[in-house]
Design a protein around this ligand. Structure first.
Ligand SMILES: Cc1cc2nc3c(=O)[nH]c(=O)nc-3n(C[C@H](O)[C@H](O)[C@H](O)COP(=O)(O)OP(=O)(O)OC[C@H]3O[C@@H](n4cnc5c(N)ncnc54)[C@H](O)[C@@H]3O)c2cc1C
Length: 410
């Protein structure tokens, strides 16, 4: 089939890869001048397991703190009606425990297997690390994440509760004076550089005959016959199928087709800093559970990720949130990273549905497929979602269940 993919973030790149390997003739359209320039640019890097937190999946982790200096979800004035409606649905999902957590964790695990196979096949060295420590300052933190831990166990992840001493053996850079009540070790967890992976995958899939059109904004999609119109073109281009991997759900593309998704952008931050003293830096990934902050080693850098805010795309960087990221890395790994020079600060959007899960599969409009709205987990879910999308297009049953992840739930 002749298939158009709209969007060259991690979802679009992996989908292009899987469809090209199935023998389809693929063109990827991307509005930016390079791949992985939007949400996939500088993610927190975490792959499976997802270990959902309160704002990554409703109903998991410690309750959201909406106000005050230590708010876990920050709301910056001028919230729209759509924001408030979304928050109401999010809360209802949390109260009714309706988020498809098991399906997501299973998809993340499947994705991890696919990603490892892909990386081995094409020798992609994407700064991968193995193992994650969850740092707990007190018993209450452990109790709060227990529902999420149960899902990990149910999906086959080993999770070991270990002493602070054992944690410091695994991560020798952990500061001995920062209070630590206990830690959870997930040896099978992994992380890696999403943008680097996307760029290396581009090389691999060009070898499979995929065509890339960069600086190409798709302005319109029609069905019957399936066609897209790129800004500046005078004529529509015809395809057998289109897969929307746009991260968000652009109204200009979806509304004319009658497709509406209740998405909001939950912005967050990453700080990537060069190593200062490797023995004082993390070996793999650690999560400060109370603060929802992840600190991950990526090659010669360390990436710190956190923050969740409902605010416009043009909102200024929130200095206190960034300060929390700096403090977390200084508290846990003092002397490990250099924060005075060569630091990359990034603010990105997580496009979230009210149940925190992506939309994967048929759109309901013949020939139009969706693989978007990956929220907080797009890197972790990419390879599995891509394979499942390719299977659905080929009218094969995916190897992993997509129960609760389709368009029909909206
Ligand atoms: C601070 C932060 C930390 C995160 N940490 C993690 C993490 O640790 N693990 C994890 O799994 N996920 C994480 N995420 C989430 C992850 O970044 C996203 O879920 C993922 O990158 C989404 O990928 P995507 O390909 O769907 O979207 P994108 O990367 O945004 O790609 C969509 C692409 O579509 C293009 N596009 C849109 N409209 C058009 C159009 N009309 N025409 C042409 N092109 C178009 C865009 O330019 C863009 O390149 C994090 C996100 C943030 C903000």
């Amino acid at each position: 089939m002749k298939i158009a993919i709209v969007g060259a973030g991690i979802a679009g790149m992996t989908t292009a890869y899987e469809l090209a390997r199935d023998g389809h003739d693929i063109t990827v359209f991307e509005q930016r001048s390079a791949v992985a320039e939007e949400a996939s640019f500088a993610t927190g890097s975490l792959l499976a397991p997802l270990l959902p937190s309160a704002w990554a999946l409703p109903g998991f982790g410690q309750p959201l703190r909406l106000w005050g200096a230590d708010a876990t979800l920050r709301m910056k004035g001028g919230l729209s009606v759509a924001h408030l409606a979304w928050l109401r649905r999010w809360r209802q999902t949390a109260l009714r425990k309706k988020a498809p957590a098991m399906a997501l964790e299973a998809l993340a695990r499947y994705s991890q297997t696919r990603l490892e196979a892909m990386a081995a096949r094409h020798e992609l060295d994407f700064e991968a690390v193995k193992g994650r420590l969850l740092l707990l300052r007190n018993e209450a933190e452990l109790a709060a994440i227990e529902p999420a831990l149960q899902i990990l166990r149910d999906t086959g992840h080993a999770v070991h509760q270990i002493t602070p001493e054992a944690a410091r053996k695994l991560e020798p850079g952990l500061h001995s004076e920062t209070p630590l009540a206990a830690a959870l070790h997930i040896p099978g967890a992994s992380a890696g550089n999403c943008r680097l992976f996307a760029h290396m995958l581009r090389q691999a899939i060009q070898g499979l005959g995929v065509t890339f059109e960069l600086n190409a904004t798709v302005e319109r999609i029609s069905s019957n016959p399936v066609a897209i119109t790129v800004r500046g073109d005078t004529q529509a281009r015809h395809f057998d199928a289109v897969v929307l991997c746009t991260g968000s759900a652009p109204a200009a593309l979806m509304s004319p087709l009658g497709l509406v998704l209740p998405l909001v952008a939950l912005h967050g931050y990453t700080v990537s800093a060069p190593l200062r003293e490797a023995t004082h830096a993390p070996v793999a990934s650690v999560t400060d559970v109370a603060q929802h902050i992840n600190i991950t080693r990526l090659g010669q850098r360390v990436r710190v990720a956190g923050g969740a805010e409902l605010a416009g795309p043009g909102a200024a960087h929130h200095a206190p949130t960034l300060q929390r990221l700096y403090s977390a890395v200084n508290e846990w790994f003092p002397g490990g990273v250099q924060l005075s020079a060569g630091v990359q600060i990034w603010r990105g959007a997580r496009w979230m549905t009210p149940d925190g899960a992506p939309v994967i599969g048929a759109s309901g409009i013949p020939g139009i497929w969706l693989n978007l709205a990956h929220g907080s987990h797009g890197w972790a879910l990419a390879c599995g979602s891509a394979r499942a999308t390719a299977d659905l297009i080929a009218q094969r049953a995916p190897e992993v269940s997509l129960e609760g992840l389709g368009m029909r739930r909206f």
